[in-house]
Design a protein around this ligand. Structure first.
Ligand SMILES: [Mg+2]
Length: 327
C-alpha cells in the first residue's frame, strides 16, 4: 500500500479522532480490557455498539467541541479566540450529554473569555484535565502548514480558553506538533524529542516522562482524565501498534476516560495511517450532534469536508495572532 497523501492524513486525523471518541464512549470509566473482552477478534464488526447513554456511533463532547473550533476557524478565516469561546458557551448552555467539569465551570462562570479559565484556576488549582487535548484534531490540521512554533502557539491559546493550568496548554501544543509531523509524512515518534524542546521548561520533565519510549500507561501517577497520562497513553498506543484499528483498541482497553484517550489516539493514528485505515464500518455509524446549533448533526461526509477545509489552513496567516489571553 502506498503512503497516504497529506489530505488523506488530515481526514484520518479529524475523522479518526471522532471515531475513537464514539467507539470509546460506551466504555468510559470501565475496567481495563473491557473492549477486547467484548470484541476479542479485531475486524469482526459490531464494535460501534453504543451504551452508557450514547447511541451507536454518537460522538461526545470531545468531537462536538472540536467541530466548534473547526467551524470558528473557517468562518473567521483564522484564530478568533472570543468567537471560539462564544461558540463553546452557546454549546454548553444547550446542555450537551457530557461536558468536562473544568470546561463547564469556566464556560458557565460569566467571566470574560480572556479571564474565565485563569480565574477558575486561581480558585481551584485543578485545571490539568485532558479537556483541551481532546478537541485538538481540527486545529492541529489547520495550523500545521504554519510550522512548529505557530501550531504550538495556537494550541496553547485554544487550550487556555477553558484550562488555566499551563500543563494543559503544553500537552495540547505537543499533540499539535506531533500531528503536524505526521501530516508531513514523517514519524511523530521521532519528533517527540524536538517537541519536548519546545515545551515550556517548567513542564518539560513531566512530559518527557510520559512520552519516553519505555513509558507504559500502568506507570501513570494520575487518572487518565489528566492531560499527562492521556497524551502519554495515546503516544504509547501509537508506538505499540501498526494499524489505526489496533491503536484505538489498545487505547480503549486502558479503561478510564476511554472516549478521550481514544479520541487523542485516533487523531495521531489517523494522521499516521490515513483515512483509508479507519474502518468504514466505524465511520458509517459516526455522527456528531451539535447542541445549541439548531439541532445539526454531522455525519462522516460533513466531517470529512470540514477536515479537508482545515487542511487548506488559514487564508491569511497574519490573522492567527490575535488578542492573547491574559496570564
Ligand atoms: Mg467525551
Amino acid at each position: 500500500m502506498s503512503a497516504p497523501r497529506r489530505t488523506e492524513r488530515a481526514l484520518g486525523a479529524v475523522v479518526g479522532s471522532a471515531v475513537g471518541d464514539a467507539l470509546g464512549a460506551p466504555f468510559e470509566f470501565g475496567p481495563e480490557g473491557a473492549f477486547s473482552a467484548r470484541f476479542p477478534a479485531p475486524g469482526s464488526g459490531g464494535e460501534m455498539c453504543g451504551g452508557g447513554g450514547w447511541d451507536p456511533g454518537e460522538a461526545t463532547d470531545d468531537t462536538q467541541m472540536a467541530v466548534l473550533v473547526a467551524e470558528s476557524l473557517l468562518e473567521c478565516g483564522g484564530l478568533e479566540l472570543p468567537d471560539v469561546f462564544r461558540r463553546f458557551q452557546r454549546w454548553a448552555a444547550a446542555e450537551p450529554k457530557d461536558i468536562g467539569l473544568q470546561t463547564e465551570a469556566v464556560l458557565g462562570s460569566g467571566d470574560p473569555w480572556d479571564l474565565a479559565a485563569a480565574l477558575h484556576f486561581q480558585c481551584n488549582q485543578r485545571a490539568a484535565g485532558n479537556g483541551a487535548l481532546m478537541r485538538a484534531a481540527p486545529s492541529a490540521v489547520y495550523f500545521a502548514g504554519l510550522g512548529r512554533d505557530a501550531t504550538m502557539d495556537a494550541a496553547r491559546r485554544l487550550a487556555a480558553l477553558t484550562h488555566g493550568d499551563r500543563a494543559a496548554w503544553e500537552g495540547t501544543a505537543v499533540l499539535h506538533e506531533l500531528v503536524r509531523v505526521a501530516l508531513a509524512g514523517d514519524d511523530p515518534l521521532a519528533a517527540v524529542a524536538g517537541a519536548l524542546r519546545a515545551v515550556h521548561p517548567g513542564h518539560r520533565e513531566r512530559y518527557a516522562t510520559v512520552l519516553a519510549p519505555d513509558w507504559h500507561p500502568d506507570l501513570a501517577t494520575e487518572f487518565n482524565g489528566a492531560v499527562w497520562p492521556c497524551l502519554g497513553s495515546a503516544v504509547w498506543a501509537l508506538r505499540t501498534t501498526d494499524r489505526y484499528e489496533d491503536a484505538v483498541r489498545a487505547a480503549i482497553d486502558l479503561g478510564g476516560d476511554t472516549d478521550t484517550v481514544a479520541a487523542v489516539t485516533g487523531a495521531l493514528a489517523g494522521a499516521v495511517h490515513g483515512i483509508t485505515a479507519v474502518p468504514a464500518r466505524w465511520t458509517e455509524a459516526l455522527h456528531v450532534p451539535l447542541p445549541g446549533f439548531g439541532g445539526r448533526v454531522l455525519r462522516v461526509a460533513e466531517l470529512s469536508e470540514l477536515a479537508a477545509r482545515m487542511a487548506d489552513g488559514p487564508r491569511d496567516p497574519r490573522v492567527t495572532a490575535p488578542s492573547v489571553p491574559r496570564p
